[in-house]
Design a protein around this ligand. Structure first.
Ligand code: 6R9
Length: 658
């Protein structure tokens, strides 16, 4: 480094707050600080601003109906269709030839769908689904990687009023079956395979294996042919080729079904404390308004932008900020099929340069990987088209934030560190990029209209600097309405901890730890339940544990997270072999396979540690904290409250040796 670079680095390292550049503020969608006070004064009518970003078939009568708390309803009486909001209205308003989706495959091939073309394709596929018997309110499962047919199928479902349930393509056959069973879904759209690091990956075999585990009859399966000759596969009687069906329905016109604002738009399964994934229900009016509003106010998206969120559509981030939010605003949204280091570690920067991307939204785990690879990769590219950067999924450490700010944003782009969840539908805690000072490592204040705070175990707000828990006192339009077919679990999971039903006080508990500073900025500390955050993905420790104890020869297991330089958190499995079995390569491989089969490669353990006992408290509870500290290499402190303190050193010794 030159002397100048060294002093620049030093200055950046010490700087604790950053203001948005004037040039950004001047052009921002939202730049008046009064918005916070306005939302507070006008609450809940302030949320009309979100609803106003959409076109309604019939106007709603009530902004918020809180008659049956916490089963809140938003924009009641209103009717709309999500696909019409994402497509038809833009075409009608003259944007027929604007690019809606720009897709790039891993091998370098590209496809662009203009709004006009996307509408045609969505109508043809909606006609196909209708022909196959899909009716309003039928749940259609979509098990596809990052190919354009995924958002096309989502919008086709939305057009018919059939809720979709997207299952992340990296999930296993078992995970697909569990989700199809839970949603009683009779339709599946999937594909033959896709590319990963240049290899053609077989996906259809996994889908077929999953279908074997579905307990009800699956009437139709549509298979997209992504790989052509690179993978040959045969179709069963109820399986149909996507291209053939769409060709048959080319030119079809399918009226978008007017949905009640509270009708379900989609289901998204997410990990919780128990082994059973939770089916988070999102609605048409509230969710779509909220996705559009946060895309407008936080991501500052304009129709003429090229916007790129590098998440996978199989997660909520992709739903809200690759598909629904950006398309509702009529912008150009990018999709990339593959990995960021294929064929070289500058792939993402090349995509940004080539497409003149204006706004880029990614995860801290990706940024940590970019940092590790080195600044020379972005430096080879002209990234000057970028105006705003964002992160989501996990806490970002100040060092990664500053690297992103300097080496990707050239110190000219504000960064929004957006805290939210599958359940919240959209962003909740983040700076507004033209209004607030940024503090690396801290997400920022709650968005206007979001009544979030940090409280102690008794529900009292904590003092600045003290750790506590995030809670949200007032409802918001994008919130989940319930867990599918399970109102009781919805109440237990989110509303039990801090609510006082007798006093009619309902407080949403997201199960995240946090602290707050004197300016009201919230720093998220991480999950406080048994959910891990591995590379920004939520994984339930119970799901992994039940996979491991299903292995013959394993008696008991505990799964915890340990610190990981790139993934943030990594999976550590501690397992006790049954009598007559010995922990070793064989049992380790079996445990890994079991995890792969029940969840998928994202849950691959960093290490499987065999031990004759697990550290337990005198009352017999597994000391997870201690296992986490061992995995992270932290100081272990006192183990005197344990029933079996001697086991700790033995385990720690093994982890070090691993
Ligand atoms: C959008 C998404 C939700 C959990 C959430 C929290 C963590 C998300 C974060 C963050 C710190 C951020 N999380 N964004 N932690 N800073 N900016 O990720 O949804 O997959 O449901 O995960 O992710 O722990 O509770 P989801």
């Amino acid at each position: 480094m030159t002397q100048e670079e060294v002093s620049l680095e030093a200055r950046l390292e010490e700087q604790e707050s950053f203001d948005p550049p004037e040039s950004f503020v001047e052009q921002a969608n939202v730049s008046d600080p009064e918005i916070y006070a306005e939302f507070e004064d006008e609450w809940p009518e302030c949320w009309e601003r979100a609803a106003d970003l959409l076109s309604w078939d019939s106007e709603y009568d009530t902004v918020l109906d809180d008659d049956d708390e916490p089963f809140y309803e938003w924009f009641t009486g209103g009717e709309l269709n999500a696909s019409a909001n994402c497509l038809d209205r833009h075409v009608e308003e003259g944007a027929k030839n604007r690019a809606a989706i720009k897709w790039e495959g891993e091998l370098g091939e590209t496809r662009t769908y203009t709004y006009g073309e996307l509408l045609n394709e969505v109508e043809a596929f909606a006609a196909t689904l209708r022909d196959r018997g899909v009716e309003e309110d039928d749940v259609v499962t979509l098990y596809m990687p990052m190919i354009p047919e995924l958002p096309i199928a989502m919008l086709a479902c939305a057009r018919l009023g059939a809720p979709h349930s997207v299952v992340f393509a990296g999930f296993s056959a078992d995970a697909l079956a569990t989700r199809m069973n839970a949603a009683e879904s009779e339709y599946l759209v999937t594909c033959d395979g896709y590319y990963r690091r240049g290899d053609a990956l077989d996906h259809i075999s996994k889908a077929n294996e999953g279908l074997e585990g579905v307990e009800h009859e699956v009437s139709d399966v549509v298979v997209v042919d992504r790989l052509g000759d690179a993978l040959t596969h045969s179709l069963a009687d109820n399986q149909h080729d996507y291209d053939e069906l769409v060709a048959e329905h080319a030119g079809a016109s399918v009226e978008p079904v007017s949905r009640d604002a509270e009708d379900m738009l989609f289901l998204m399964y997410t990990s919780g404390t128990t082994g059973e994934p939770k089916g988070v229900k999102h609605t048409t009016g509230g969710y779509l308004s909220y996705a559009a509003w946060t895309s407008h106010s936080v991501l500052d998206i304009k129709p003429e932008d090229t916007y790129w969120c590098s998440a996978d559509i199989g997660w909520i981030t992709g739903h809200s900020y690759i598909v629904y939010g950006p398309l509702a605003l009529g912008t150009t949204t990018m999709m990339y099929e593959g990995t960021p280091d294929y064929p070289t570690k500058d792939r993402l920067w090349e995509i940004i340069e080539k497409n003149r991307v204006d706004v880029f939204y990614t995860a801290p785990t990706a940024i940590r990987a970019f940092m590790k690879w080195g600044k020379q990769y972005p430096a080879e590219h002209d990234l000057s088209s970028l105006r705003l950067l964002g992160t989501v999924g996990e806490p970002i450490n100040p060092r990664a934030w500053k690297w992103y700010y300097k080496h990707i944003g050239n110190e000219e782009c504000p960064i929004v560190d957006t805290w939210w969840q599958t359940e919240t539908g959209g962003m909740m805690i983040t700076t507004l990029p033209a209004i607030n000072t940024m503090k690396p490592g801290s997400a920022g204040p709650p968005l206007p209209g979001i009544d979030a705070q940090v409280v102690d175990a008794a529900g009292e707000e904590v003092e600045a600097g003290k750790a506590g828990y995030v809670t949200v006192d007032k409802p918001w339009p994008g919130m989940l309405r319930t867990l599918y077919n399970n109102d009781d679990r919805f109440l237990e999971e989110y509303w039990q901890e801090y609510s006082d039903p007798d006093a009619d006080e309902w407080v949403y508990f997201p199960e995240d730890g946090a602290k707050i500073d004197d300016d009201g900025y919230i720093t998220i500390l991480g999950r406080v339940d048994d959910v891990l955050n591995v590379s920004g993905h939520r994984l339930g420790t119970m799901e992994i544990e039940s996979a491991v104890v299903g292995v013959e020869g394993i008696a008991e297991a505990a799964v915890v997270g340990g610190d990981h330089e790139v993934k943030g958190e990594a999976v550590y499995v501690y397992a006790i072999p049954e009598d007559g079995y010995e922990g070793g390569d064989d049992l380790e491989a079996k445990a890994e396979d079991a995890i792969n089969d029940s969840i998928g490669p994202i849950a691959r353990p960093e290490s499987v540690i065999f031990t004759p006992e697990l550290p337990k408290t005198r009352s017999g509870k597994i000391m997870r904290r201690l296992l986490e500290d061992i995995a992270s290499g932290n100081d272990l402190g006192s183990t005197s409250t344990l029933r079996n303190p001697e086991i700790v050193e033995e385990i720690a010794g093994q982890v070090e040796a691993d």
